[in-house]
Every structure is written in C-alpha cells, then in structure tokens.
Write a protein that binds this ligand. Structure first.
Ligand code: GLV
Ligand code: MN
Ligand code: MN
Length: 423
C-alpha cells in the first residue's frame, strides 16, 4: 500500500518513513499477514529494497555472511570510530510492520536529508539492517546483531526449521557462507556507540500522552524448548486415573509458570508455542512440544524463577509419569544503556520541546547483543492501539515518526561533542 497526499498536506519525513514501512510490508510470506522470517524469499526481497534506499540516501552498502545489510554514510574522517544505528528487518508471524523496521527506515531518511544538504560529520554513520532478531524460524534470536558483536554461536547452525531444514543449509541455499560468519564481527573498538530507535511495544508512553522516551535498560531473557512425553491412548477407553497425558502435564506446568511470574514486577513468563504433534480429538496426547520465555530486568530474579520453574517441571512430570526434555535455546543478561548516551537523548528531547521520560524495555532488542562490544542506548517511540505489538494491530502515528526523526537528527548532530566529553 502506498500513501497518497492531498496538495494541502506537505509530506514530512514521517510520511516518507510511513510510506516505506507500508511498501516493505509487501515482502511477506503469508498473504494478508506480516510474516518475514530469516532467509525466505520475502526476507531477500526486503533486504534488496532496504539496500536500494540506503544507496539513494548516499550510503555505500555491504552485505555480510549472516545477511545483515549495512549502509555506511562516510564522515570527514574515514578512520574515526563509527556511530552505528539500526534494527531488524525480520518479523514474527502475523506481526506488525513497525517493529524493527522503524529503526532502519528512520535513520535512512535522516541520512538522505543530510546527503541532500551535503552535510557530513567527523565520524561515519552506519545503519545496520539486522537480518534476524525475532528467533522465529530457527528458535535462535539476534543472529544478525550477534554476528556483528562476534558472539554468534556456531551451534545454532544445526537448528532446524519446521520443515527440518538446518540453518546451515538455509544459509547456503541463500548464498551466504556459514564459514564466513566470524568475518562479520566488527573490529575491536570500531563502534563508538550503537543507538537504536524502536517502537515502545507497550502502553507506557501512550498512557502518559508522550511521543518519545529514553530506555534505561533492556530486560534479560532465558528461552527453552520443552518436550513432554506421556503415553498416547484411546480417549474413550483409558480411565482418567490411568492416563499419562502429556498435554495435562503441560497445562499444570503452564499454570505454575504463570503463578511463579505473577508476583514480581518486571518478571514475566510466556509459553508462546504449545503443540500436540499428531494430536486428534479421540487420542490422549502422548507428546507435547512447548516453548518457554522468561524475562526480567533483574538477572537474579530471572535466574531464580527459571530454577524454580525447571524444578517444578520435574516434580509435575514425575507425579504424572511423563518424561520431560528441556533444551535451553537462548539466554542473555539484561543490558544497561550508557548514561552518557541517555543524557544525549534527553538533551535532544529537551531541545525539541519534549518531556524527558525514561523507561525500561521489557522487549529484547538488537542493542543487547551490540552491548558486548559498544556502549548502547535506545529511543522509544509511542505505539497506538493500547501499545499492542507482535500483532497486526501494531501502529504508530506519522507525527511521532517525524518528531523521532527530529530528535534523532539532533542527537547525531551533537554526537561528536557528546563522545569527546566522555573520553
Ligand atoms: C523481540 O521482539 C523479543 O523481545 O522477543
Ligand atoms: Mn519483535
Ligand atoms: Mn523489535
């Protein structure tokens, strides 16, 4: 879908960003839904379009071995460390069009503006369009940003998608060389800072009538895939007390997860996938496959919750005569945003007449992966529709996109002084 403007409306930078967000939504795996997972034809199409917009904005573009698209806007000093920004261009299944993409398209439009004016900075700016963050296809998130941080785990190459294709084979089929992944890592000290613009994906800014907020820290996360194996049997003949129903063990387990995570602010637990392979109405479930995602701003709280949850799983399964297999697919500590960069965002908010509001992020972001090699910070943009995200109802106002662009440009234009003050 493309936005049209009446002659009375002057298109702003926000309109350009909105229009491109809608254009990119055409690259989807499922008609009528926003689904773009790693290394699919839709993913390849979106990468090509992003690269084209980067070139139009005056950037040189490179593609690395995990499929990140990186645009570079050269500075006066090509050897200076880089101000990196960006976010991801994959999506969850049936998700929204703003998650991740805003953080790619907004800086591209800002750079196009500077390029038109012939304005360059003492440092290069790189826009990283990370190829994978959501962890949907191969149950391993942040593949793109981890490759740049040099923390890509080779073991995930053996993960398989729903069709049994390994990530290694999917990469080769898409012309990426898994043996070259380590070369995607940014050289030591080459990134002066990483800043990510992202929709908030929650209701805080909306409820306070604020367009923008500065992130203080990003919650850590632990993820597992679980398999519970009971005994499949005839739904009409096996008495209730003689069953080893894997789905009922999963149900009891799920309620424990909810109860354990309900009484600590900022601790959350989610079972987002729950399947009974080969299940049927008249068969007692013999096998269940579940995902588990536990997050908290405080790492100790998350670790204590996951320890209790795994102990309880064992207890439930023993009592019910069900076997459990647990595989940790992902773990990351919480990431704190650098004070000096947060102050930089606040100063830019103030210069643009915005209220200075700080908030933590419960959602994971590429910035967490980059935090192992560079100071990070994030700017959140208000969502509409109650703050809903990972849902087709996800939305954002064009005026907020324009304001976020003004604040981003102000931040970059003051970045050199900010950076020098910290050394
Ligand atoms: C990414 O969107 C996550 O927080 O799971
Ligand atoms: Mn997301
Ligand atoms: Mn995201």
């Amino acid at each position: 879908m493309s936005l049209t403007f009446t002659s009375a409306i002057q298109p702003t930078i926000g309109h350009e960003i909105m229009e491109r967000l809608h254009l990119l939504a055409q690259y989807t795996e499922q008609d009528g839904m926003m689904t773009r997972t790693y290394l699919t034809p839709a993913h390849r199409g979106a990468a090509g379009q992003i690269a084209a917009w980067m070139r139009d904005a005056g950037m040189t573009v490179r593609r690395d071995a995990v499929g990140n698209v990186i645009g570079r806007y050269e500075g006066h000093n090509a050897d200076a460390s880089v101000l990196m920004t960006g976010s991801h261009f994959d999506t969850v299944r049936n998700g929204g069009i703003y998650d991740g993409l805003l953080g790619i398209l907004l800086p591209i439009s800002c750079i196009a503006n500077w390029h038109k004016q012939g304005l360059r900075f003492p440092f290069p700016i790189e826009v990283a369009a990370f190829s994978e963050e959501e962890g949907v296809r191969f149950k391993a998130p942040m593949l793109g940003s981890r490759a740049i941080a040099g923390t890509f785990q080779q073991s995930v190459l053996d993960h398989v998608d729903e069709l049994g294709i390994t990530m290694r084979d999917a990469m080769k089929a898409a012309d990426f060389n898994p043996l070259q992944i380590s070369a995607a890592a940014a050289p030591r000290d080459s990134i002066a800072a990483f800043v990510e613009v992202h929709i908030e994906q929650g209701p805080v800014l909306l409820n306070e009538n604020l367009a923008l907020g500065v992130v203080t820290a990003i919650a850590g996360a632990t993820r597992y895939m679980l398999e519970l194996e009971g005994i499949a049997g005839h739904a009409g003949t096996v008495p209730m007390h003689m069953r080893h129903d894997a789905a009922m063990a999963a149900a009891e387990f799920a309620l424990f997860v909810e109860q354990r995570c309900s009484h600590t602010p900022e601790l959350v637990g989610t079972i987002g996938q729950w399947t009974v392979p080969n299940g049927a109405t008249n068969v007692i479930p013999g096998r269940v496959v579940l995902s588990l995602d536990v997050r908290a701003g405080d790492d100790a709280q998350r670790l204590s919750a996951t320890a209790d949850i795994t102990t309880e799983l064992e207890r439930i399964c023993t009592r019910r005569g069900v076997r459990s297999t647990l595989k940790k697919t992902y773990e990351t500590s919480s990431a704190v945003c650098a004070d000096w960069l947060q102050q930089g965002w606040h100063a830019s908010l103030e210069r643009n007449g915005c209220t200075m509001r700080s908030l933590p992020s419960g959602a994971g972001h590429d910035a967490m992966a980059i935090a192992s090699v560079a100071p990070i910070a994030m700017l959140f943009v208000r969502c509409g529709n109650g703050g809903i995200s990972h849902n087709p109802a996800e939305t954002m106002a064009v005026e907020d996109a324009t304001l976020a662009s003004d604040v981003f440009m102000d931040f970059v234009e003051h970045f050199d002084a900010l950076n020098k003050n910290t050394v």
